[in-house]
Design a protein around this ligand. Structure first.
Ligand code: ADP
Ligand code: MG
Length: 254
């Protein structure tokens, strides 16, 4: 990892309804090669932050920078070609299409690189290679997340935005999903990960931010946040009881 910045938001203010701000000055940095987690209570604005970065929510003030270039307010299709990949929380695969077709959709703006990118995602997730002809709708939730992340990786993003990839999955599938995210990051992709499973997210993140009411409330290395009594009390709650003994999730620096 370098000190070069992949993605940065500066004092973002954004919202859906006129006069109601959901993000109230949110500043987040992802360095190149970094895996950064965003945790926080329901309704804190985590998804809104990703949507604001990805041109899906009106930004009222503040900036979004990609590799130092201002991308504030660009629409999703432009952002994808500039190197921002997004995996929304829901409806992130085409269930009636095969895995291969989903991956082709991911690469439609750059069809020439399809084979090269397919080689990349199947090197990360060898199971995909064997099942390219299978319909995405017939996959388990965890497998679907793998396809959704792979689809976003088909454009070789400089930064990958993930909105709650573990939501709705069984504990075992959640573990697999966190392992997959860590693996994508280890392959060199900068990742901004939003998670409701705060403890697991902080375990795999280099750095984390706690978002509360649209502002960053705390930030620091994932390990430090995990052990910060204030963060535990306010944001990790009962999740603060130790699940790590049974977890197979790789731990940064551990
Ligand atoms: N499409 C929308 N229109 C209006 N308000 C919304 C919309 N989506 C989310 N909100 C509101 O924005 C706030 C933050 O939501 P969200 O970013 O989804 O939170 P989180 O992902 O942290 O749970 C909530 O109060 C929610 O009701
Ligand atoms: Mg959300």
């Amino acid at each position: 990892m370098t000190d070069e910045i992949a993605l940065q938001t500066e004092d973002l203010v954004a919202g859906y309804i006129p006069g109601v701000n959901i993000l109230n000055g949110c500043s987040v940095t992802v360095k190149k090669g970094e895996l950064v987690g965003i945790i926080g209570p329901n309704g804190a604005g985590k998804s809104t932050l990703l949507k604001a970065v990805f041109g899906q929510v009106g930004i009222r003030s503040g900036k979004v920078l990609l590799g130092g270039q201002d991308i504030t307010g660009l629409k999703a299709d432009k952002l994808v070609t500039r190197g921002v990949g997004m995996v929304p929380q829901n409806n992130n695969v085409f269930p009636s299409l095969t895995i291969a077709e989903n991956l082709q959709m991911g690469a439609y703006q750059r069809p020439k690189t399809y084979q090269e990118r397919l080689d990349f995602v199947t090197s990360l997730f060898p199971e995909l290679a064997k099942r390219l002809a299978q319909r995405a709708g017939s996959l388990s939730g965890g497998e679907r997340q793998m396809v959704a992340m792979s689809r976003a990786l088909m454009m070789d993003p400089q930064v990958l935005l993930l909105d709650e990839p573990s939501a709705g999955l069984s504990p075992v599938r959640q573990d697999e999903t966190f392992i997959n995210v860590a693996q994508i990051n280890r392959a060199g992709v900068s990742v901004l990960l939003v998670e409701q499973n705060a403890r697991r997210a902080l375990q795999i993140c280099h750095r984390g931010y706690v978002l509360d009411q649209g502002r960053n409330a705390h930030s620091g290395p994932g390990r430090e946040l995990l052990n910060d009594p204030k963060v535990i009390e306010l944001y990790l709650g009962t999740l603060a009881t130790d699940h790590t003994a049974t977890s197979t999730t790789p731990v940064v620096g551990g």
